[in-house]
Design a protein around this ligand. Structure first.
Ligand code: FAD
Ligand code: FES
Length: 286
């Protein structure tokens, strides 16, 4: 059981949860994730540790409410307990002094990107950050990301902050400026990581992406998270979550992510109906 120390909304439908988890805070390395089981009957949700405080024995999770399990988790209160947190899982990010590193975060992908960027900066890399969101209200961890960046750019789809356009437009501008780029690290929706990888491939810029495949057990046994990388089957939970973006079959990943869409919709509908019976506004998710 893991005590919830804090829970708050940091952007529309994006929540930050601080948990008392001393062993996880001590063992976690940038790039790793945990499997969160909200209640005894809950499913396993893979979430990245967005921050930690080993002295206080706390970890921070940042999650977007997209379906039944994440919405249910978002309704929890400080002082309550999360049934279980399994981890840290996955391979830590390979962090060395690459030189100039461009860190690209799309939407809630900024949460897993932050601890990696922080460590990249501590290791002596020159950090150029590009954060992208649909509009200015949807950015998260802006101050934190800016504080570990040497250059900081933002893009919005609607032009309400930073460059009007996509993260790839800002990346193209950086490439066109002649800036030497030694590594691009992109974390966000699969479609964003696909287009970042296609762009950097043209210029032979090494690119790392963190894949958010559907997971079940998180231990390499069930095969749910399988992806094709360089024509070889890999399991995101044990071989990843980071891979060479130029080798990933993103179209297959996108198809597999949508595999349980019908069942997920039914589960969410049933959950919201039950919630509505208990709370008149359906927890305000109706
Ligand atoms: C290694 C890893 C780390 C992750 N870290 C984070 C994190 O730090 N913060 C965060 O908000 N999310 C993270 N995710 C995604 C998160 O696990 C899913 O959003 C969550 O499991 C959805 O559960 P649900 O029951 O609420 O929604 P579901 O009902 O299962 O899904 C609702 C809809 O959400 C989308 N979805 C479901 N699963 C995923 C997925 N794995 N990736 C992308 N879209 C998905 C689909 O469009 C789906 O139809 C991570 C995923 C992985 C694999
Ligand atoms: S989640 Fe089961 S093998 Fe990766």
């Amino acid at each position: 059981m893991y005590l919830i120390k804090e829970i708050k909304e940091i952007a529309p439908k994006i929540k930050k949860m601080v948990l008392e988890a001393p062993l996880l805070a001590k063992k976690h390395k940038a790039g790793q994730f945990v499997m969160v089981i909200n209640t005894e009957k809950g499913e396993r949700i893979p979430l990245t540790i967005a921050d930690k405080d080993p002295e206080k024995g706390e970890i921070t999770l940042i999650f977007q409410e997209v379906g039944k399990s994440t919405i249910e988790m978002g309704l929890r209160k400080p002082g309550e307990y999360i049934y279980d947190v399994v981890g840290p899982l996955g391979r830590p990010t390979h962090i060395i002094n690459y030189g100039n590193v461009v860190c690209i975060g799309g939407g809630v992908g900024t949460a897993p990107l932050y601890p990696i960027t922080k460590k990249m900066k501590e290791t002596g890399n020159y950090i150029i950050t590009i954060l992208g969101a649909r509009n200015k209200d949807l950015f998260i961890l802006e101050k934190e990301m800016e504080s570990v960046s040497d250059e900081f750019y933002q893009t919005t789809d609607d032009g309400t902050k930073g460059r009007h356009g996509l993260v790839t437009d800002e990346l193209q501008a950086l490439i066109d400026s002649g800036k030497k780029i030694d590594l691009v690290l992109a974390i966000g929706p699969a479609i964003m990581m696909k287009f970042v990888s296609l762009l950097t491939k043209k210029y032979n810029i090494p690119t790392m992406v963190s894949l958010n495949s559907i997971m079940v057990d998180g231990t390499g046994m069930c095969g749910a998270c399988r992806v094709s990388v360089g024509g070889v089957t890999k399991f995101v939970c044990v071989d990843g979550p980071e891979f060479d973006g130029h080798q990933v079959n993103f179209d297959e990943l996108l198809k597999r992510q949508a595999m349980y869409k019908d069942m997920e919709e039914i589960a969410l509908k049933k959950f919201l109906e039950e919630l509505k019976k208990k709370e008149p506004c359906g927890g305000c998710h109706a």
